[in-house]
Design a protein around this ligand. Structure first.
Ligand code: SF4
Ligand code: SF4
Length: 295
């Protein structure tokens, strides 16, 4: 039977052209040799996907830094979008690169999860990239970290984005009780799904699609069920790796990151996002309160 597998890929790359103060990673500068390893491992991953034409894959690149400033990620994603057995090829990015690159892709398979970092780039420059993506009819979501001092910037961004573009807000969770109710209300006006992200979910022993239809893969092909549980469950490049895919319950006490809890069975967020799950674009209508309130 053909596989239909979602893979969150995170290679060794861990550098970024920005330096956000809230960033938990991307503080490294790789040597040329380290970058070569990252490129070779990415090429191997893409060659593997290219060889599996009887299976279906959806890919989200979740680099530990910014990958789209690296030519091998841009070329690799372009290549993947032209493979008919790839359902979706998405990446998390700060959008600081030349967005005319999207013209080289089959945009029907491309998804961009774009984050605006107000201290690193002006709203005007960031918006100009978004509007270019609009002209090319590329699918993308846009978001900000919900620091209190960004609320007015986020409002300006919202007013100037195409109305159809979803603007998500990642709740800032490093400080306990960071938000007053008035803050929550303000962020909810910008992102109707903010409350979903604001919580950490108790997940111990709860069913989650990771490890069965969704996996995390690193540069060496090591398979983990998700980015948050370190125990390997297989290797993508070993014959018969599929045998490791099976229903599983979460072994962590909590899950509080969108790329994790979005696969938690009880939340039904696959019904909120549907085909935009990987690039974080909800299906319309966004005000599907029946689903959201069930959360
Ligand atoms: S753009 Fe992203 S990866 Fe880069 S420093 Fe900011 S938060 Fe970190
Ligand atoms: S709920 Fe989160 S931590 Fe638990 S298995 Fe799923 S993605 Fe991983």
């Amino acid at each position: 039977m053909a596989l239909d597998l979602t893979i969150l890929y995170r290679g060794p790359l861990s550098s970024c052209n920005y330096d956000c103060h809230y960033c938990p990673f991307a503080k490294r500068h790789e040597t040329a040799a380290e970058l070569r390893v990252d490129r070779e491992q990415l090429d191997r991953f893409i060659d593997f996907l290219a060889s599996r034409t009887d299976d279906y894959f959806s890919i989200l690149f979740t680099p530990w830094g910014e990958a789209m400033t690296r030519r091998w990620y841009r070329d690799g994603i372009t290549r993947l979008t032209h493979m008919p057995h790839l359902r979706k090829v998405a990446i998390q990015t700060n959008l600081s690169w030349d967005t005319t690159w999207a013209a080289s892709c089959d945009r029907s398979r491309l998804g961009l999860w774009c984050t605006w970092h107000p201290e690193q780039v002006s709203c005007e420059v960031f918006l100009s990239k978004c509007h270019e993506l609009d002209r090319m009819e590329a699918r993308y979501s846009v978001g900000v970290v919900g620091m209190k001092e960004y609320i007015e910037s986020a409002r300006i961004l919202r007013r100037n984005l195409h109305p159809e573009v979803y603007l998500w807000v990642n709740a800032y969770k490093d400080v306990d009780d960071y938000y007053e109710q008035s803050d929550v209300d303000a962020w909810c006006e910008i992102d109707p799904l903010f409350r979903i992200n604001q919580r950490n979910y108790r997940t111990l022993d709860r069913p989650c699609r990771t490890g069965e239809s969704v996996i995390s893969v690193d540069g060496e092909g090591t398979i983990r069920r998700c980015h948050f549980i370190r125990e390997p469950i297989g290797n993508l490049y070993e014959q018969g790796f599929e045998t490791c895919l099976k229903p599983r319950r979460c072994s962590n006490v909590e899950c509080g990151c969108h790329i994790g809890y979005v696969h938690l069975t009880q939340l039904n967020l696959d019904q909120v996002f549907r085909e935009g799950l990987l690039e974080r674009i909800p299906s319309r209508p966004l005000s599907n309160l029946e689903v959201i309130d069930a959360v």
